[in-house]
Design a protein around this ligand. Structure first.
Ligand code: PLP
Length: 391
């Protein structure tokens, strides 16, 4: 009667959402200020001024049928042109506006891209730990999600990827800066990955799908632009995190102009967008983002949060890697079962996400895009939690 796969997906909710909902229930019981919810990656720093200024300007100048009307399915032509020029000027890629498709955030960018590429029997590689929705998106596109481990520092393990590639491999998803580890991949990693994918694209291309919602959120480290290292790249971008516009659902797909049959790939992207109902991304925010390309919310605020939490947790005895980007700390669970550790943390109203849903065991993710005061107030709770393990 119903699509059972969909029903199950709807009923089981993501682990992250589950914890977030628990936090809301707890907040109703004991007060929001007494719950330290580090579950969601919902930006806390205000959007840069250009967002508000452009919204005001558009509201005051555009006629209603343009302001709130449909754009072309792939996006407003001037917005697509602005994105293409930005990519050209910033990263040296001769991007063509006809290869840019405006979307409802990275989730839509990814689902459209996967549906555009996937044929029966195809596999897509994801690098563990990974954003849990990748599996949902890949499987919905009718393909197989193949997990490949990263190295001990959570960087790309070329040998492991090489071992996993087979005749069914259609693509690999990479996410840098990374959720959940905060790792930013180095240029050499992209060089090596590009070389490997080129070698392995024997009978058909293997696509590099670069998921980049955190591109601008880095703490001093530069983020290599994937298209410069491998021609068959499709970039899935989102303004959710960079401009703190997560709820406005806006992003884009850019197909590399160097890709083999780039125009055909774009047609498949447009077809997938059409068949999924992802046409004409939110019109107002397409235009707002076109004026704020490359900008970001005040990264210094996240940097301060990072330093406060990272140094405190280390002092209390926890082990974690210092993140170079995004706004997550990936902390080693002091007991083998990260779920048990996250449960214990709840005793102190600390809401942490166990790493099992990211495809690895033994860690928790702490999202530090929260108010500074939440972090400050949470520190005694972390200290008490640490004492249970390291006293
Ligand atoms: N990809 C990664 C790695 C993410 O962390 C997220 C959101 O947290 C998404 C994709 C989805 O982003 P959006 O809200 O733009 O759909």
């Amino acid at each position: 009667m119903l699509n059972k796969t969909m029903q199950k997906l709807g009923e089981e909710r993501s682990v992250i959402r589950e914890i977030f909902e628990y936090g809301n229930r707890r907040a109703a019981e004991i007060g929001r200020e007494n719950v330290y919810d580090f579950s969601l990656g919902n930006p806390s720093v205000p959007s840069p001024a250009c967002v508000r200024e452009e919204i005001d300007r558009l509201l005051n100048t555009l006629p209603p049928e343009v302001l709130h009307g449909y754009t072309s399915a792939a996006g407003a032509p001037d917005v697509r042109a602005a994105v293409a020029s930005y990519i050209h000027e910033s990263f040296g890629v001769p991007m063509d506006a006809n290869l840019v498709y405006m979307t409802c955030g990275a989730a839509a960018s990814l689902t459209i891209t996967l549906n555009a590429l996937a044929e029966e029997g195809d596999e897509f590689i994801v690098l563990t730990p990974y954003f849990p929705e990748y599996r949902v998106f890949i499987e919905r596109a009718g393909a197989v999600c193949r997990e490949v481990a990263t190295d001990a520092r959570f960087h790309i393990d070329i040998a492991a990827i090489e071992a996993a590639i087979n005749e069914h491999t259609k693509g690999i998803l990479v996410n840098s800066p990374n959720n959940p580890t905060g790792v930013v991949y180095d240029e050499e990693e992209f060089v090596a990955l590009g070389k490997l994918l080129k070698e392995k694209s024997v009978s058909r291309p293997i696509f590099l799908i670069a998921d980049e919602p955190y591109r601008e959120l880095t703490y001093g480290k530069s983020v290599p632009y994937p298209m410069n290292y491998y021609e068959n790249t499709i970039l899935c971008y989102s303004f959710s995190k960079s401009l703190s516009l997560a709820g406005e659902r806006i992003g884009y797909i850019a197909v590399s102009p160097m890709a083999t049959n780039a125009n055909d790939i774009f047609s498949a992207v447009a077809g997938a967008g059409r068949s999924l109902g992802y046409v004409c991304a939110p019109a107002l925010f397409q235009r707002v983002c076109a004026k704020c390309l490359g900008r970001s919310s005040d990264i210094k605020e996240y940097e301060k949060n990072r330093e406060l939490l990272y140094s405190a947790l280390k002092e209390y005895g926890f082990t974690c890697i210092e993140p170079d980007g995004a706004f997550y700390l990936f902390v080693k669970s002091p007991e083998p079962d990260a779920k048990a550790f996250a449960e214990r943390a709840k005793k102190y109203e600390l809401l942490l996400v166990p790493s099992d849903s990211f495809g690895v065991e033994g860690y928790v993710r702490i999202s530090y895009c929260v108010a500074r005061s939440t972090i400050e107030r949470s520190l005694p709770a972390f200290q008490k939690l640490a004492k249970e393990y390291f006293a």
